[in-house]
Design a protein around this ligand. Structure first.
Ligand code: IPE
Ligand code: IPE
Ligand code: MG
Length: 249
């Protein structure tokens, strides 16, 4: 009985019915900094501490997959200085977390057009992905230079090529085949999608995969998002009635 419960302070969570995949739109770093009259970069720095906390919590809870939206295809249009600072921060993060990921059986996987990342960041990323590729604990997907539409275009191109090569015909195109051609192939779709800082939008994130995700939007800005709030959201998720279009008796 006890083994299926997780306690944190006054919070008590049943670990038997947790999501298989949690996806998070980590938003609000800029507003967090602005509120404190700080540079937006400070908000991103503080946000990376929250990333660490949430990864640890997922690992402790044995959640199989965590996908974090860290940088979108649209984010390339931000001021050069901010993009550069985000890239530097990403590189630092990969270097500082490498050991923790190896020691804790975490498999790092990147989703998105990672070839567009600066060369040095790309190399750090590849290195940690390579060092952790045999791990079979938490899969940590970092969405980097990620866009849901670009992912769908990539999938369509790959399937079109297979048809052209005579490997498949149009009847072979099923939802399963589509999923096989997305960055998340082989992984369960997100059961829970969290967005911080209150915006009621998807911002081009995992468009196909979130078809039946439970959505939770909190006003908390990402740097202020805590383990307590995460656990509270997981408890709320467990109370949702997931009908998948059916009538539940
Ligand atoms: C999220 O915080 C981080 C990234 C998109 C890289 P924002 O930078 O979008 O913060 P706000 O939305 O301006 O507050
Ligand atoms: C979404 O946040 C992208 C990431 C969290 C990486 P944005 O701040 O870029 O999204 P919009 O501009 O509010 O849609
Ligand atoms: Mg934002």
């Amino acid at each position: 009985m006890n083994s299926s419960r997780y306690t944190h302070g006054s919070l008590d969570l049943n670990t038997a019915n947790l999501p298989s995949h949690v996806a998070i739109i980590m938003d609000g770093n800029g507003r967090w900094a602005k509120k404190r009259l700080l540079n937006r970069i400070k908000g991103h720095e503080k946000g990376s501490e929250t990333v660490r906390t949430i990864i640890r919590t997922c690992r402790e809870l044995k959640i199989p997959v965590l996908t974090l939206y860290a940088f979108s295809t649209e984010n390339w249009q931000r001021p050069k200085l901010e993009v550069a600072a985000l890239m530097t921060l990403l590189k630092k993060f990969l270097e500082s977390e490498q050991k923790e990921m190896i020691d804790n059986n975490i498999r790092l996987n990147a989703i998105g057009q990672i070839d567009l990342l600066p060369q040095n960041v790309y190399q750090s990323l590849k290195k940690v992905m390579d060092l952790t590729k045999k791990n079979n604990g938490l899969i940590l997907n970092l969405a980097l230079s990620y866009g849901g539409r670009a992912e769908i275009v990539k999938m369509v191109r790959e399937i079109a090529q297979k048809m052209k090569d005579g490997l498949i015909n149009s009847d072979s195109i099923t939802p399963e085949l589509v999923s096989e051609h997305l960055y998340t192939r082989g992984m369960p779709d997100p059961d829970l999608l969290i967005r911080t800082s209150g915006e009621m939008r998807i911002s081009n994130f995992l468009l196909w995969q979130i078809a039946y995700a439970e959505i939770f939007i909190t006003d908390t800005l990402w740097p202020d998002f805590s383990k307590e709030e995460f656990i509270t959201i997981l408890k709320n998720y467990q109370l949702r009635d997931r009908r998948f279009g059916k009538v539940v008796p």
